[in-house]
Design a binder for this molecule. Structure first.
Ligand SMILES: C[S@@+](CC[C@H](N)C(=O)[O-])C[C@H]1O[C@@H](n2cnc3c(N)ncnc32)[C@H](O)[C@@H]1O
Length: 272
């Protein structure tokens, strides 16, 4: 298995862990909403709120066909399908994530509007100009060949289609402290500054419409989670279910990296 997929797959028993966490909130998978699952299946900083913000720029309607590059457990795809009524195809390198994404979608009644495929976002199995919109959330940190990721996104988008990119990028505060949720060490981490991402997007043929640094909101989001945990104990359902061994250190470094400007959270809205 690819080293990146291996990193994300190492926890195992994902569906059971998610169902157990959900049960602690008094809910079951059947009948759960995307909002109920968001604490665990929106696998990025600022969770569901960030996904909804990104979607605002994508000009979605019920007839839109959307591609999610690096779709993980499928939370962002399901959120867009539920809120905008569109169809979302997710592609991800990690086999268990694709399987769990499919089962979760079925159980919560969204299987007619989302499809998950195992594959590499830098080599898409789709024809040119297939999709009306695309997004990628917290994925490029694991991809060295970002030029291929963005070129593929551009190729499969229809002319004028929107592309939203939301990733952790390199800041000016020094080297990243590891482990972090996307990598135990630098071997599978390919984080670059926002200026480099912008240049790559332009080189891939995109017009950059907007660039937004949300790092201060990200720091506030982590603080709110920590305050809530200090008051009421660990949340019943959270990313802890999927982060695996050493998750406390991963989260601590994620917060320190942001606070010390070693990383930034940045989103781009582009047009093909
Ligand atoms: C931090 S998770 C984010 C998942 C999802 N975008 C979300 O926000 O909930 C990163 C995901 O990127 C996937 N990934 C990394 N490199 C990839 C590649 N080259 N092609 C497809 N997926 C990839 C991993 O398997 C993992 O599911």
């Amino acid at each position: 298995m690819n080293q990146v997929a291996q990193h994300y797959a190492e926890r195992g028993r994902l569906l059971d862990r998610i169902a157990e966490g959900l049960a602690r909130t008094g809910k079951t998978l059947d009948g759960a909403t995307t909002g109920d699952l968001a604490p665990v299946d929106e696998f990025h900083i600022r969770g569901r709120k960030a996904t909804l913000e990104l979607a605002e720029g994508l000009r979605l309607s019920a007839s839109s066909r959307v591609l999610d590059l690096g779709s993980g457990l499928g939370g962002p795809a399901r959120t867009l399908a539920e809120v905008h009524g569109c169809h979302v195809t997710g592609i991800d390198l990690t086999p268990e994530f694709c399987e769990v994404a499919t089962v979760l979608s079925d159980r919560i009644g969204l299987s007619d509007r989302v499809t998950f495929i195992e594959g590499d976002a830098t080599d898409l199995p789709f024809g040119d100009a297939t999709f009306d919109a695309a997004m990628t959330i917290h994925v490029a940190m694991n991809i060295a060949a970002k030029h291929r990721l963005y070129a593929e996104a551009r190729r499969v988008l229809k002319p004028g289609g929107r592309f939203a990119v939301y990733d952790i990028m390199q800041g000016d505060g020094g080297d990243i402290l590891y482990p972090v949720p996307w990598a135990r060490d630098a071997a599978i981490s390919f984080v670059v500054p926002p200026d480099e991402v912008e240049a790559l997007l332009i080189a891939a043929g995109f017009k950059v419409l907007e660039r937004r640094d949300s790092s201060e909101e990200s720091i506030a989001w982590f603080k709110a989670l920590a305050d809530e945990s200090a008051r009421n104990g660990p949340p019943p359902l959270s990313l802890a279910a999927i982060l695996g061994e050493g998750r406390k250190e991963m989260v601590r470094n994620q917060v320190v990296n942001l606070a010390e400007r070693r990383t930034r959270t940045v989103a781009f809205l582009c047009e093909a």
